[in-house]
Design a protein around this ligand. Structure first.
Ligand code: PEP
Ligand code: MN
Length: 293
């Protein structure tokens, strides 16, 4: 069986488990991704305004998130849609980190922007549309920052792992995979959430994998169910879009949770997280008992 995975992933064999490496643990600020704790990354699709970002950051922190997400450089389907605030957005993310202690994950779209984004972000996000941009992957890898690699929307798993391999080969072991849904014949939802990719990755690969139920569903009502499925499948964490007023969001409002929905989601995850990692510290703190100070 193991030999056949080696064959199927012949261009990404360093991503697969081996006798010396069963699980990569990525250290960010004062916590780990791929270790015992389940890590939630939450925040708006785009950085819009200081108030929008800071209120969201404080809220998700209180609800147990460890990482703030928010796009400063936005890959948009339409050239007429909001493209992001660039450097000003990065500065707001850094301010939110200072105020809350949350780590920052944000997308970098071009190799020219890697030094700038790496100056502000704790984790560089490579978006679905960029997964096969190898010059970007190489530049991002060489920045030395951990990389959150989102699966391309039409990428098969060998393609996805091959992109991870390129980051590893460029000297950066800190790769976090992210399943965010793929295109299939099913067009009722924005994408099809490939839960099998999470379960299989946990079995055969040593890299952490997190789930993005927001982009998978494209619909906020579906996000909590997909998030719970992801925990049960063994995901190491979540990436969730949260906005103070989703109906007014400048991007991806239809799939963004408001604060109350995010709180309800986090509470509903607790029993499932406890099943995988043992008793939690206390309600509201999602650290395992022994990891909490
Ligand atoms: C995002 O995280 O807002 C995003 C653009 O995601 P993806 O690259 O998965 O579409
Ligand atoms: Mn988005």
């Amino acid at each position: 069986m193991r030999a056949s995975w080696q064959e199927r992933f012949a261009e990404a064999t360093d991503v697969l488990k081996n006798p010396h490496r069963q699980q990569t643990v990525v250290r960010v600020l004062d916590f780990e991704i791929g270790g015992d704790a389940f890590i939630t990354m939450a925040g708006p699709c785009s950085v819009e305004t200081e108030t929008q970002l800071l209120t969201t950051a404080h809220h998700v922190r209180r609800a147990g998130a460890r990482v703030l997400r928010g796009g400063a450089f936005k890959p948009r389907t339409s050239p007429y849609a909001f493209q992001g605030h660039g450097r000003e957005g990065l500065k707001l993310l850094a301010k939110a980190r200072e105020e809350t202690g949350l780590a920052i994950v944000t997308e970098v779209m071009s190799e020219d922007d890697v030094p700038l984004v790496a100056e502000y972000a704790d984790i560089l996000q490579i978006g679905s549309r960029s997964m096969e941009n190898y010059t970007l992957l190489e530049a991002a890898a060489r920045s030395g920052r951990p990389i959150l690699l989102k699966r391309g929307m039409v990428a098969a798993l060998p393609d996805f792992y091959r992109s991870a391999q390129i980051i590893l080969e460029n000297g950066n072991p800190n790769v976090i995979l992210c399943e965010r849904g793929i295109r299939t014949f099913e067009t009722t939802t924005r994408n099809t959430f490939d839960i099998t990719a999470i379960a299989l990755t946990k079995q055969i690969a040593h890299l952490p994998i997190i789930a993005d139920p927001s982009h998978a569903a494209g619909n906020r009502e579906l996000v909590p169910a997909l998030a719970r499925i992801a925990v049960t499948a063994g995901a190491d964490g979540l990436l969730v879009e949260v906005h103070p007023n989703p109906d007014k969001a400048w991007s991806d409002g239809e799939q963004s949770l408001d604060f109350a929905a995010f709180d309800a989601l986090m509470e509903s995850l607790d029993p499932l997280i406890e099943l995988r990692q043992g008793r939690l510290c206390e309600p509201g703190c999602r650290l395992p008992l022994e990891a909490c100070g």
